[in-house]
Write a protein that binds this ligand. Sequence first.
Ligand code: HEC
Length: 126
Amino acid sequence: MNGAKFRVLLLAISCNVVTWLTLAAANAFAQSGTASAERGAKLYLEKMCYTCHGYAGQGGERGSGPTLTPGLWPYPAFAQQVRHPRQDMPRYGSRFVSEDELADIYAYLASIKPGPAAKDIVPLHD
Ligand code: HEC
């Protein structure tokens, strides 16, 4: 490996470490108990998440955004998707949604209880 290639490799590795450390810090914050589901509910609307993912994270119409809950992703994966979406979702940098705000949004989504199973909804029985 020549010097230039080595420097590129080193840069790639250090970027990954920075991303990992950022996510680890964000995860620690999300679990520290200071995040607020109440603030998160407002932010979820303000930051337009609901337009693609539905008001309760149930998923948008015509495939605009997948279901977020039930089955909420672990925080590091959640944060990674919001900061660096893997496909069509718009990117939310930390200038637009801060680490604290992201933790609040996560707390809101985590607070949503799953609805009853179809077999437990009596009017659907016939
Ligand atoms: C313009 C539509 C749109 C908006 C606004 C949007 N998303 Fe998404 N989101 C998507 C799409 C489409 C995907 C599927 C993956 C992709 O395209 O990157 C996705 C995927 C996700 C996922 C991964 C779930 C999965 O099963 O793929 C999470 C978590 C998520 N979004 C959270 C959020 C949050 C939090 C917000 C608000 C801060 C938000 N999204 C705003 C369209 C949107």
